[in-house]
Design a protein around this ligand. Structure first.
Ligand code: ADP
Ligand code: TRP
Length: 324
């Protein structure tokens, strides 16, 4: 059986890009695999420096994931910092991490290019991520394409540790869902919290609709045919619409004689219907915070048991502990 693992940072409420790029895959992959999913609060600490915000975001992340269909009976859901073995493993990996490898990583590179000073947390972020992946012996890591570089770093670090000390770590593979690898935001660029162009999954439907109506479009004259595949409004609609509706909309694009307002309305309706059930479930869960705490507590216990085994093997291999 394949072990699947992914983490998502609690840096704000999840948006459509997070759902189609990452969360939906988590949910699909919980069947037929041994799946581990966690809320990456240690990573979020590199950007959120506010107790109340980080704590609330962590709870919200758990509620969102559970409401969207992550099932604690089928997958292990936990909070990253509840498994301290991962932090210890990070150090073991850090001792063999070339600086050049981290200097090439995009989060750090972009910050430096902007002339900002980065702290060691941001610089070494990919090593913590590698430890996350390796601690559970993960084979497959479902992520959006912006994380693929970090998984390559993980493979590098695992490979050189194994080379130095023997076969301790499993080399993971990234799994990117191609057609949703880059969900566009309201400005047509990649949807991201950092670009202020997101629509949140559990945003009030009225507010979501308003944002949809403001999605930027080109100034194509009414009546002119258009290629649906290259239009970001169509791309968004495709994520939510059933196959037959998507085809009908594509035909409308190719024929011309439609207005973008019409597409926006169809998109807002489709998105509202798509998340309606999850919205109800989220309200139910939010009314029982003790249940959510229990899910996270159970998850942490299961995750720790596996991480402890891996850490023990790594410690024995490199001489931190005697071989058993
Ligand atoms: P953000 O860019 O809003 O800060 P994160 O970097 O926290 O989002 O991403 C969390 C997960 O969602 C990652 O696996 C990432 O690849 C995926 N993801 C984020 N934005 C998008 C997008 N626009 N399209 C596809 N996947 C995305
Ligand atoms: N860095 C990832 C992101 O920003 C979150 C993350 C942390 C992660 N550890 C991970 C993803 C391990 C996959 C596997 O989205």
């Amino acid at each position: 059986m394949m072990r699947v693992l992914s983490g998502i940072q609690p840096t704000g409420r999840f948006h459509w890009g997070n759902y189609f790029g990452a969360i939906r895959q988590y949910i699909d992959l919980q069947d037929g695999n041994e799946a581990y999913y966690f809320i990456a609060n240690l990573h979020a600490l590199t950007t959120i420096r506010d107790h109340a915000a980080l704590w609330q975001n962590t709870i919200d992340a758990a509620l969102d994931l559970l409401a969207l269909g992550l099932d604690p009976e089928r997958a292990t859901l936990f909070v990253q910092s509840d498994v301290p073995e991962v932090s210890e493993l990070t150090w073991l990996l850090m001792t063999g991490t070339p600086l050049g490898l981290l200097e090439r990583c995009h989060a750090f590179k972009e910050k430096k290019a902007k002339g900002l000073t980065a702290d060691a947390g941001l610089f070494t972020y990919p090593v913590l991520m590698a430890a996350d992946i390796l601690a559970y012996g993960s084979h497959l890591v479902p992520v959006g394409e912006d994380q693929v570089q970090h998984i390559e770093v993980c493979r590098d670090l695992a490979g050189s540790f194994n080379h130095a000390f023997g076969e301790v770590f499993v080399l993971p593979k990234a799994k990117v869902l191609e057609h949703a690898a880059r969900v566009p935001g309201t400005d047509g660029e990649k949807m991201s919290k950092s670009y202020n162009n997101t629509i949140e999954i559990f945003e009030d439907p009225k507010s979501a609709r308003k944002k949809v109506m403001r999605i930027v479009t080109d100034s194509r004259p009414m009546g002119e045919p258009k290629v649906p595949e290259t239009d970001h409004l169509f791309q968004l609609y495709s994520l939510f619409a059933a196959a037959a509706d998507r085809e009908a909309m594509a035909d409308l694009y190719r024929a011309g004689g439609f207005g973008y307002g019409q597409v926006k309305k169809a998109l807002a309706d489709a998105a509202e219907g798509y998340f309606a059930e999850a919205r109800v479930k989220r309200l139910e869960l939010a009314a029982h915070p003790e249940k959510v705490r229990e899910v996270l507590g159970d998850g942490a216990q299961r995750a720790r048991a596996r991480a402890q085994q891996t850490l023990q093997r790594a410690q024995e291999a490199c001489g931190i502990k005697a071989k058993s």
